[in-house]
Ligand binder design. Structure first.
Ligand code: NAI
Length: 429
């Protein structure tokens, strides 16, 4: 791999060997619970479908992601990876990945903004044929700063809702220059990762970080999309009183019909013991809300970027600020109230000091789809125009079938008569 000004992860660590050993241990544990990647691994190792491909990735670099990265390398690709959030990298996993002869990892936890973008630039020095993004920062860097790379890129994959929103906006402006699969939007991803993954891991991380219970507390969930639905359901399952805030009347109605209290944020904030934002939007919790919050409230964000809770405004209001626990920053206001912000307002389930991200089984599905899409680009990339593309339905179904086989779950299939009936329009009463 080429020499870059920004060095791979090992140059940033004191005890690289210990980090590699621990990172590999984490990867091995995750791999034991990733039957989809295991099945794909056999195919990829045998067929080498990614031979000759150069893949640049910007993802949350932790054990599950690392198993996807290794799968792509085993499939014949040369891979570079960096983080997609300054706080979500596990340095030990990053170091373990970097030992693979076909993988270079630039991901380091706690980089500043300059380091974050320098690492993306370094990963792009591979001159990629395929990109894999979580949030679209890599696609943006290519289009804005390295347009010369567009020539050789066959296509890309995008992991999360915010990235797909950004890509669709770019596509609508005619600015997206290569095809990208909206991996986030496919059923095998959204219905499991966004709903169950975000619900379970956000709540677990908040509970572990604070050592507090949800039972009997008012938990405000901002946004009742896929992620919010999961957070709300699982918080209710832990005996919280769930309050939902929404801007979309249909989502607000859905939350209401599920039995949750629906309120504007101004009223919800005054009742909250915990607020979790899951909107993918900005300025969801702002000064007027801080003004009415209870002493001791917990503020956490599970959306992709750290702009859902206005921390600049909170900082202005605060007369004191201190680390109340690892991963919890208390902002003390003039009247003595303490508002506690988790993980610096970054996505709590990945950026908290103890965060592990989604459960392994969930990411096995998401990354199974990612791997299938990367293979599709390598094999049939020319068939896709520049723009955002849905994941081909048969790829998504294949991943579901692999998982069901691994779980030993059998299910019915359509008979010919049933299939014909469902495709027809002339059978009435
Ligand atoms: P979604 O589009 O299904 O849901 C977002 C919801 O927020 C929508 O219903 C929308 O109407 C609502 N909303 C927008 N502005 C609002 C406001 N000001 N107040 C209240 N509600 C508002 O999106 P999804 O899939 O739930 O993703 C949400 C965010 O979470 C995205 O940024 C996504 O990238 C991120 N994400 C985070 C994960 C994690 O591990 N923490 C995993 C998957 C997605």
């Amino acid at each position: 791999m080429s020499e870059t000004a920004y060095p791979p992860v090992s140059a940033h660590l004191d005890d690289v060997e210990a980090a590699r050993t621990e990172g590999r241990r984490k990867m091995d544990w995750a791999a034991q619970h990733m039957p989809i990647l295991e099945a794909l691994r056999e195919e990829f190792e045998a067929d080498k479908p990614l031979s000759g491909q150069r893949i640049a990735m910007a993802m949350h670099v932790e054990a599950k992601t690392a198993n996807l990265v290794e799968l792509l390398a085993l499939g014949g690709a040369e891979v570079t990876i960096t983080g997609c959030n300054p706080l979500s990298t596990h340095d030990d996993v990053s170091a373990a990945l970097d030992t693979h002869e076909n993988i270079t990892s630039y991901a380091v936890r706690g980089v500043d903004e300059e380091g974050y973008y320098a690492a993306i630039d370094a990963a792009l020095e591979i001159n990629p044929t395929i990109t894999v993004d979580d949030g679209m920062d890599m696609v943006a860097a290519i289009h804005e700063d390295h347009p010369e790379l567009l020539e050789s890129i066959v296509g890309g994959c995008e992991e999360t809702t915010t990235g797909v929103h950004r890509l669709r906006a770019m596509d609508a402006d005619g600015a997206l220059e290569y095809p990208v699969f909206a991996v986030n939007d496919t059923p095998m991803k959204t219905l499991f990762d966004n709903v169950h993954g975000t619900g379970e891991s956000s709540l677990a991380t908040i509970a572990m970080t604070t050592n507090l219970s949800y039972a009997g507390k008012n938990v405000v969930v901002a946004g009742y999309g896929y992620c919010g639905r999961g957070v709300a359901k699982k918080a209710a399952g832990q005996n919280a009183n769930v309050i939902v805030t929404e801007v979309d009347p249909r989502k607000a109605l859905e939350a209401h019909m599920e039995g949750y209290e629906v309120l504007p944020m101004r009223e919800a904030a005054a009742k909250a013991d915990v607020i979790i934002t899951t909107t993918g939007n900005r300025d969801v919790v702002v000064e007027e809300h801080f003004e009415v919050m209870n002493d001791g409230v917990l503020l956490a964000n599970a959306g992709h970027f750290d702009i859902e809770i206005d921390l600049d405004a909170l900082d202005e209001l605060a007369v004191d600020r201190y680390e109340a626990r690892d991963g919890v920053e208390a902002y003390e206001l003039a009247d003595g109230r303490r508002l506690n912000v988790l993980a610096e307002g970054r996505l709590v389930n990945l950026a908290s000091p103890i965060a592990l991200g989604h459960p392994v089984e969930v990411m096995d599905q998401s990354f199974g789809v990612q791997a299938a899409c990367v293979r599709e680009l390598a094999e049939n990339g020319d068939a896709y125009d520049a723009g955002v593309h849905d994941v081909p339905d048969e790829l998504d179904r294949d991943i579901a079938s692999i998982k069901l086989d691994a779980e030993g779950v059998d299910h019915d299939t359509l008979s010919d008569t049933q299939a014909e009936y469902l495709d027809s329009w002339d059978h009435g009463t």
